[in-house]
Design a protein around this ligand. Structure first.
Ligand code: DUC
Ligand code: ZN
Ligand code: ZN
Ligand code: ZN
Length: 445
């Protein structure tokens, strides 16, 4: 199958008073070990830094270090004429076609700023991305919890319940619709949030896309109530893993039904010593977990091996859809003449057990610790170079390139352009998938 594309990583990210430990070398090495051959990271402006400068800062961090190809989304932490001009230059000369805005954290933007940024994305042919959680509500909820003495990791999810995610999803969709801008909602973590997305799409049309994460498909928020602080804090990210034990399966079914389109990892790793910054206040636990290495195996296990999605859909949600949405298709996301030689030979019968002791990431913790997965990459070819050979990892630092993501007439969800997947049985009969869920997009082939 085509190599995995992880459109959501944060390598060397300066965040919450510290820096994520997987850098562009360890992060891309781990990606390849797990069958991912392209990542898209987020250039994030430091205080006072412009978006264009942030882009250059990230190019300097990544170029020469990456083992596989990478692209960059650019984060907008505010709105001004300068930001608008930077967006023009980033799209025109720097190979950027996606801009992320945050509805929570210190650098959250308000509805007017979202409106202006979305409008400019629309004008440029870029796609807008949001981290959808209502930041003002979270601040209030967390203050009250701390005042009541709830300071441990369990307070994190309590302060940001599903409706706080769903409200922001709906609001982002409404604002994007006003200016007819395509919108991509990153890391959707709850059924309520996805239902908000689907309800908007049903009413107004489909130029909104939803991504969920490997961790959300495999583990739930009960881990954050573990008696051991390091274990609980190790599972803190935002939006949080949900305590509802049904959530991972529900999210997988949303992927199956094309209600969600993409999976990422949100790989943003902090060692246990860094997580301890929030020992007395859950608001200070650096947010983020691993996933760039294990995403493909975990989704194979919980999706394909569990019988919820078929292998074609697996390829769509781990590779092809991200390539299409970020305008990398058909260079990436497909095996075809003229495409990059990013290829994975996947052994679905083989198993491996995930552990921080054996993973290739720099971080000292793994949220999938002890999980046994079917689905192991036997060979991984990165841009023509065999980097996993019979399971042996042989990466080359600097082998990866920055890949430009050109602005586009965006990929529009249009049911007319899809065909239903046909399943051919050994006896020669062909069965149509009457559920009409598995759809492949053929006209580019
Ligand atoms: N959420 C995380 O958990 N980490 C990085 C940034 C984010 O939005
Ligand atoms: Zn430049
Ligand atoms: Zn986010
Ligand atoms: Zn993220």
């Amino acid at each position: 199958m085509p190599g995995g594309i992880d459109p959501h990583t944060h390598f060397e990210f300066e965040f919450m008073g510290t820096k994520s430990v997987d850098d562009f070398y360890h992060g891309t090495k781990a990606a390849i070990a797990g069958g991912t051959t392209t990542i898209i990271d987020f250039a994030f402006p430091k205080p006072g830094e412009s978006p264009l400068d942030a882009y250059h800062t990230y190019r300097l961090k990544a170029d020469g270090k990456v083992c596989c190809d990478y692209g960059l989304h650019v984060c907008l932490t505010g709105w001004s004429d300068q930001v608008k001009k930077d967006m023009d230059l980033l799209c025109r000369d720097h190979g950027v076609n996606s801009f992320k805005l945050f509805m929570c954290y210190d650098f959250m933007v308000d509805d007017g700023e979202l409106y202006s940024a979305f409008e400019h994305c629309k004008n440029l042919g870029a796609i807008a991305q949001v981290h959808a959680e209502n930041g003002k509500i979270i601040i209030k909820n967390a203050e009250k919890l701390i005042a009541k003495g709830v300071t441990g990791p369990e307070g994190h999810e309590i302060s940001r319940p599903e409706e706080v995610e769903a409200e922001a999803v709906n609001r982002a969709c409404v604002i994007a619709k006003q200016v007819d801008c395509p919108l991509y909602i990153v890391h959707m973590m709850s059924a309520e949030a996805v239902e908000a997305l689907q309800s908007h799409r049903n009413r107004y049309g489909g130029n909104v896309y939803g991504e969920t994460l490997a961790c959300a498909l495999a583990i739930d928020g009960r881990q954050c109530r573990h008696e051991c602080f390091a274990h609980a804090a190790g599972h803190i990210l935002s939006p949080p893993l949900r305590s509802n034990a049904q959530t991972p399966t529900m999210l997988m079914k949303f992927l199956q039904a094309d209600i969600l389109q993409v999976t990422g990892s949100d790989n943003c790793t902090f060692n246990q010593s860094q997580k301890a910054l929030g020992k007395n206040d859950f608001r200070k636990i650096p947010n983020g977990v691993n996933g760039v290495e294990d995403r493909m195996s975990v989704i194979w296990e919980k999706g394909v091996h569990a019988g919820i999605i078929d292998p074609s859909r697996f390829v769509a949600i781990t590779s092809t859809n991200a390539a299409k949405i970020y305008n990398l298709f058909p260079r990436k996301g497909v095996i075809a003449v003229g495409s990059d030689a990013d290829i994975v030979i996947w052994n679905a019968n083989e198993t491996r057990t995930i552990s921080a002791k054996t993973h290739h990431q720099a971080v000292d913790f793994n949220v999938f610790e002890g999980m046994t997965c079917h689905g192991v990459p036997e060979y991984v070819i990165v841009n023509g170079r065999v980097c996993v050979d019979e399971g042996q990892l042989r990466v080359a630092e600097g082998h990866g390139r920055f890949i430009e993501t050109p602005v586009f007439p965006p990929y529009v969800y249009d049911p007319e352009k899809y065909i239903t997947l046909l399943t051919e049985h050994k006896n020669g009969t062909v069965e149509q998938n009457t559920q009409n869920f598995q759809k492949i997009h053929l006209e580019q082939y």
